[in-house]
Design a protein around this ligand. Sequence first.
Ligand SMILES: [Mn+2]
Length: 306
Amino acid sequence: MLAENSTCVLPFLGFEVAATYETARVVILPIPYEATTTYRRGCKHGSYAILEASHQVEYYDEEIDKETGLEVGIYTHDPIADTREGRSVSSEEMLQVTEETVSKLIADGKFVIALGGEHSITAPIVEAYRTANRNEPFTVVQIDAHGDLRNEYEGSIYNHACVMRRVVDMGLPTVQIGIRAICKEEADLIKEKQLTVFRAREIAHNPNWIDQALSAIQTEKIFVTIDLDGLDPTLIPGVGTPEPGGLNWYALSTFLRRLCADYNVIGCDVMELAPIVDSVVSQFTAAKLVYKIIGYQALAKGWFKT
Ligand SMILES: [Mn+2]
C-alpha cells in the first residue's frame, strides 16, 4: 500500500480541481483488484479507466446547474489491493487492506466512492461501514444484473458472484435492483429469506418502480453498490459479465438522485468496469455516473456554497 497522502498520479476530473485530503468531502478510492473474474477479464483496469475518462466530463452539471467539481472537494486516494502489475493479492489481503482503508476514511469524515475492480471488494467496504455504524443498521442497495447471492463459487466464498450473500450473512437488509440473471440456489434464497428484489424485467414495465423501491427501504442510512452490468450493456458494454435488458441511464440517475435526497447515503462503490480496447463509452459513462452521484450527494447534504 502506498502512503495515503502521496500525490496521486491521476485525480478524478483532473489536477486543476483536485482537493487536498484535508479539505476534501469526497474521496475516490481506486481498488484495481481482480482475482476471481469468471468470464471477460480486465476489471483490474476499470478504476483507472474511469479516472482517465473523468477528465473529459464537463465540470458544469447541466441537470443541477452547478460546477460540482469546483465546489465539492474531491480527493483521489492512491490505489489499494492493486493487481495491475501482475502482483497477486490474496483475498485475505484485499479484505484487510480495504476494510482498514475505508475505516480510516470514514473516521476522517469522508464520503467514499470506491472504484473497482471486481465486486467481491464490496464485502470489506460494507464491513467497514458496519463497524462504524455498530448500533444502527443500514440498507445495502445493489444495482446489478446478478444476484451475487451464491454461497460459494469456483471454490471461494469471496468470489465476485457471492458478494451479496456475504452482505446478507452480515444481517444487513438489502434491496436489489436490475436483477436479471440468478441461479436456482439464489432464487431459493430470495424466497426463503424474502429478500427485496426489483427485477429488470419488472422495472421495464412498471413506471412506479422508483417509488416502490424507495419505500421498500426500511432504514435511514444506505450504502449503494453499483455493479455497472446493472445498466444495459448497450450503455456499458465493458463489463465482465454482460446481460441484456438492463437499466437505462435516466432510470438509474433518477433513482440515485431521489435516493440521495430521501435517505442518508453513507457510502458508495462503482464496480466491475472492464474496459474495451478502442472504445471509451463504458468508462466515460461510468465516470459521468460517479460525477452524478457526487452532485446528488452535494445537493442532498448542502455541500454547494451557493
Ligand atoms: Mn453483476
